[in-house]
Structures are given as structure tokens and as C-alpha cells.
Design a protein around this ligand. Structure first.
Ligand SMILES: [Zn+2]
Length: 576
């Protein structure tokens, strides 16, 4: 067949293939560019502003067909043809684009910033860059805001700042997953820092972080709260609001220099943590004498105001108890005030006074005295740090002012004894005392996974003194059966406990007790409290085990340790 073709034809074909190889491509590319604009930009634009979209598309199509005829119709093998057909085709296509642009830009339905022009290209470029930026930030999971509500901007991906940000977020996210109320980053061994979580009052450790990274993480969080990152020694405090998947938490940051570096504490939702209704504190609310709630209400309502001692250990729920009791007074008919080192919460109607320890000549006792001089109805003193403060409280006007004196102590009797010793005058201290409330915290069993069991008779005897019949108790689970397979309990995350509540001693102080106190007879005071049949902290804890709120193991943990109060657990059983 090839033999039949003349040499000339073959040459012409060569020419077509070799010379014009790029020419059809240029024509095609021009056509494609035009088609893209018409279908992707113009069609949407017309639809958006209710321009006659179908008519325009038809018009573009017609022009396009003519352009194809012009572009590809001329004898393309001729060397000159392309240089006529391509400009002609381009002109036609540009003409169709321009026609729409002119018509659309004249139309009053199209707002100024949507007019068609070269500016559109730069807008599109901007949009594309914004999309790219969002993509590169997709791994940042937290929205972090300082108290000025300004968002802390995430850094670009693959930068060192980004790595720090991700690691800092990780500390927060892991703490929240663990249901921690607080996380400390604190110096550990071998140039590392340890995250320590506080979950329902119990500490647990996370994986060590190399010191170099930990310092950057701490600096990052500090800078979010606008704290001085160069000050690694003094105590600095700042607040943040952190949001993840719609869940917002207030975070109180505290940094302070410690041995081996700096400690950063993140306290989650400090105000919620100290806010409870009186009925939700954990006070026993059973038949007399097991009704601590009513006993406390009676103490609060006592017309003879005087002094009530509130006792607890650090992190033992004492601040919550103080706020709750302060809130039991009507702040609208009475003047209710507090004096605190760090107010955690603003109670409605209550005047909170913060003590600034760094101010010149600052003295807590002096501040308490000056507040008492103004005759408030109620003054809650969050700390009795020295004898001077105790003396000022004891000298207060017992008929006019109710003072709540918060002391560090593990039991009611020890608290009263400590307070009286600090005052240094038994008779003066005894005269004003109206009651004492001591408390600590106990973990509640997770209701979703707690495990029921029939206790051995010896255990029941030990718990109740043999008076009560106990058919079932509960212990922690941590797992649930899902489709007959044990899985980590989704409610508590496998810990077996969920939340905490208080266990208390609530004792009114009457004439008999005041005499014993004035005489310095504290064992006698203890006996007098016991005689009333009101439960001790250990007995209150046992009640909670019997009610299925907690486990016997947790009763042990919460009532032993630093607290001698627990010694009475078996010896002085609760009356069931
Ligand atoms: Zn559970």
C-alpha cells in the first residue's frame, strides 16, 4: 500500500507529523482553557446572580463551534495556516468571554465585588492559599484563648513551633482523657519531666517528656496566658479557655520554680470544682443522728453566731466546703465576705477579698482584723496561717459575726485543738466556738461498672460491729461486657471510680463542749462528740460503702494514711 503513495504525499505527511505536532496541542489547550472558564466560572456566576444562564451557555457553545471550525478547518499542513487560525480562534473565544463579562458587569444584580475582571484571579489565588493553610493546620486540635478572648494562632505545619504546639496540646488532651482535674508537669529523673494527673483526688503518672521539650511546652502554655516566660522562679498564675470539639474548659495555669526546674500546673475548671450544692457535698442525710445535712443547716442558722471551725487537708475539698457553707447564708439580706489567698470563685452577692502576700507589710491577721472591724454578718477566713490570725478570730464579736475559720487538720477534734492552741487562751477560744466541720474526699464507684458481691461475715462485722445485716457490697470494676466481650468501661475510662464526694464530721459545740475546751480536755471533747452518736469521718465513709456509693478498699484508702481519725473505723461502728 505504501508503495502506491507518491514521495510527495509521504513528505507532506512527514510535515504534518513533525512540523505541526505542537500546533494542534496549542489549539486544543486554548479551547480547553476557554471551556474551563465558561463551565467553571461563568456558569456558576450566571446561576448565582440569576443571569440568563442557559442562553449564555448556548451562545458560548455556538462561538465555541465556530472557533473549532476556524481553528481546525484551515489546511493545517500549510506553514502559514496556524498563524492565522490560532489568533482567529483565540479572538473569537476571548470575544465570547468579554461579551459575557461586559453584560454581567453592567447588570445591576451583580454586586461590585463580584464584577468579572482580572481581580477575580487574585481572589481565587487567595482562596486557594487559604485552603492550603487550613490543610496544613489540620492537626492542631485545640482552640486556645487567653482571657482577652484572642485565639492563639496555630503555627505552620512542619516548623519547630508546630512540634511544640502539638506536644503541648498532647499534655492537655491526655489529661482530659484521663478525666484529670489537674495536671502537673514536674521535673523527674535524668533530664526529663513527668506529667502527673490528679484523677478524683488520686495521682497518676504519664510518660516522661525530655526536659528540653518539656520546657518549651511549659513556655508555650505560659505565653498563651501572657505570663512572663523568662520568670521561672516566682509563682505566676493566669487563665485560659481551651476548646476541643466544642467542649470548653477554663484552665488555670500556675508556674513556680522548684528543685530541678519549674513546675507547671494546669487546673481544669477551677470554679466548677469548688461549686457544689449543700445537698451534693456528701453529707449524710439519713435518720437522726445520721443526718449531717440538717446538723450543718442548724449550725449555719444559729442566731448566736460565733466561730465555726472548718477542717480539711490540702486538696481535701475544704475550699468547696467553705464556699458551699458561705453560699448557705443569704448574701442579699446579710453581708457575707471572704478573705482568701486565691479566690477560686465569685459567689453571687459575696464580697471576696484576696490577700496579696507580696504587698509591702502584708499580714493576714491584720487584714482579718480590719475586715472584722466592719462588722460583717459572715466572714469566711480561708486559712489560719498563724497565731495572730487565730487570735483576731477569737476576739471577734461572737454575737454579731459568724466567722468560719478554715484550718489544716484531719479531724474535728484535732482541728479544734489546733485552733485553741493557736489562740493561746483556752477560755477566749472556747467562748466563741459554735461548731466544727471536718471533711475529706472519697471516690465514688462508677455506677456503670461497679461489681456487686456478698461480703464475708467477718468483713460485715468489722464494718458494722455486727449489728447490721449486709447482703451486698460493691467493688470497682473498670470493665463492661459489650457483646459478651469485656471492654474498658467507657464511663470511667477503666479506673472503676467516677467523681468524688466528701465524708464529714459535723459537730455542734454547746455549753458542755465549751467547758471541756476551756479546760483543755480534748479527749473529753472527743468522747462528748461520740456520745451524741454523730458519725466520725471513718463512720461516714463506711455508711457510703454500705450504701453502695463506694468500695471498702476506697474507705480504707480515704480514711487511713495521714489521718489518725481512721483508727476509730472498726472500734466505733456506725449504727445501721
Ligand atoms: Zn466504669
Amino acid at each position: 500500500m505504501i508503495g502506491m503513495w507518491s514521495n510527495q504525499t509521504l513528505l507532506a505527511m512527514d510535515g504534518l507529523i513533525l512540523v505541526s505536532f505542537w500546533k494542534p496541542l496549542v489549539l486544543l489547550a486554548t479551547l480547553c482553557g476557554w471551556a474551563w472558564i465558561v463551565s467553571n466560572v461563568y456558569d456558576k456566576h450566571a446561576a448565582r446572580f440569576f443571569l440568563p444562564r442557559e442562553n449564555w451557555n448556548l451562545a458560548h457553545l455556538c462561538v465555541g463551534l465556530v472557533a473549532v471550525v476556524v481553528g481546525f478547518g484551515l489546511p493545517i499542513a500549510e506553514p502559514w495556516a496556524f498563524f492565522v487560525s490560532w489568533p482567529a480562534m483565540t479572538l473569537l473565544l476571548i470575544g465570547s468571554l468579554a461579551a459575557y463579562a461586559i453584560a454581567a458587569n453592567r447588570d445591576e444584580r451583580v454586586p461590585e465585588n463580584f464584577k468579572i475582571g482580572l481581580r477575580m484571579l487574585s481572589e481565587m489565588q487567595k482562596k486557594r492559599e487559604a485552603k492550603k493553610a487550613v490543610k496544613s493546620l489540620a492537626v492542631v486540635k485545640l482552640a486556645i484563648r487567653g482571657m482577652d478572648k484572642q485565639l492563639v494562632q496555630p503555627p505552620q505545619a512542619e516548623t519547630p513551633e508546630y512540634e511544640v504546639r502539638a506536644a503541648a496540646e498532647d499534655v492537655y488532651i491526655k489529661a482530659l482523657l484521663a478525666r484529670a482535674s489537674q495536671v502537673d508537669l514536674t521535673p523527674g529523673k535524668d533530664q526529663t519531666y513527668l506529667p502527673v494527673w490528679l484523677v478524683d483526688g488520686v495521682k497518676s503518672q504519664g510518660e516522661a517528656i525530655p526536659a528540653a521539650m518539656a520546657v518549651k511546652i511549659m513556655d508555650f502554655w505560659k505565653s498563651c496566658a501572657k505570663l512572663d516566660v523568662n520568670d521561672r522562679r516566682r509563682k505566676l498564675t493566669g487563665d485560659l479557655v481551651v476548646e476541643k470539639d466544642g467542649a470548653k474548659h477554663k484552665v488555670r495555669l500556675t508556674s513556680i520554680g522548684v528543685t530541678g526546674g519549674m513546675r507547671l500546673t494546669m487546673l481544669f475548671d477551677p470554679d466548677i470544682a469548688v461549686k457544689r450544692a449543700a445537698t451534693d457535698l456528701g453529707l449524710l442525710n439519713e435518720k437522726e443522728p445520721l443526718n449531717q445535712l440538717d446538723t450543718l443547716r442548724a449550725i449555719v442558722a444559729d442566731e448566736k453566731r460565733g466561730v465555726v471551725v472548718l477542717a480539711g487537708l490540702p486538696d481535701g475539698g475544704r475550699t468547696t466546703t467553705m464556699y458551699t457553707i458561705a453560699a448557705m447564708h443569704d448574701a442579699y439580706t446579710q453581708s457575707v465576705q471572704t478573705v482568701e489567698f486565691e479566690p477560686q470563685l465569685q459567689l453571687e452577692g459575696v464580697r471576696h477579698q484576696a490577700f496579696d502576700a507580696q504587698a509591702e507589710g502584708a499580714d493576714f491577721g491584720t487584714m482579718v482584723r480590719s475586715m472584722l472591724r466592719r462588722d460583717p454578718d459572715v466572714l469566711a477566713v480561708a486559712e489560719v496561717p498563724d497565731a495572730n490570725t487565730a487570735k483576731e478570730i477569737a476576739k471577734s464579736d461572737n454575737d454579731r459575726t459568724r466567722v468560719y475559720a478554715c484550718v489544716r487538720s484531719e479531724s474535728a477534734v484535732a482541728a479544734v485543738e489546733g485552733y485553741v492552741r493557736a489562740v493561746g487562751d483556752n477560755a477566749l477560744a472556747a467562748k466563741g466556738l459554735r461548731g466544727v466541720v471536718a471533711g475529706r474526699l472519697l471516690r465514688r464507684l462508677c455506677p456503670n461498672c461497679k461489681v456487686e458481691y456478698a461480703p464475708a461475715p467477718e468483713l460485715v462485722k468489722k464494718l458494722t460491729g455486727g449489728e447490721a445485716k449486709v447482703e451486698r457490697l460493691y467493688k470497682k470494676g473498670g470493665q463492661v461486657l459489650i457483646k459478651n466481650k469485656p471492654e474498658v468501661c467507657p464511663t470511667c475510662g477503666g479506673g472503676g471510680y467516677l467523681g468524688q464526694e466528701g465524708i464529714f464530721e459535723v459537730f455542734p459545740i454547746g455549753d458542755e463542749e465549751r467547758e471541756l475546751i476551756a479546760a483543755g480536755n480534748f479527749p473529753g471533747l472527743k468522747a462528748a462528740f461520740r456520745k451524741r452518736g454523730m458519725p466520725s469521718i471513718a463512720q461516714a465513709a463506711i455508711r457510703k460503702a454500705l450504701m453502695g456509693i463506694t468500695s471498702v478498699e476506697e474507705v480504707q484508702r480515704a480514711t487511713t494514711g495521714p489521718a489518725p481519725a481512721a483508727q476509730g473505723a472498726a472500734a466505733a461502728p456506725a449504727k445501721a
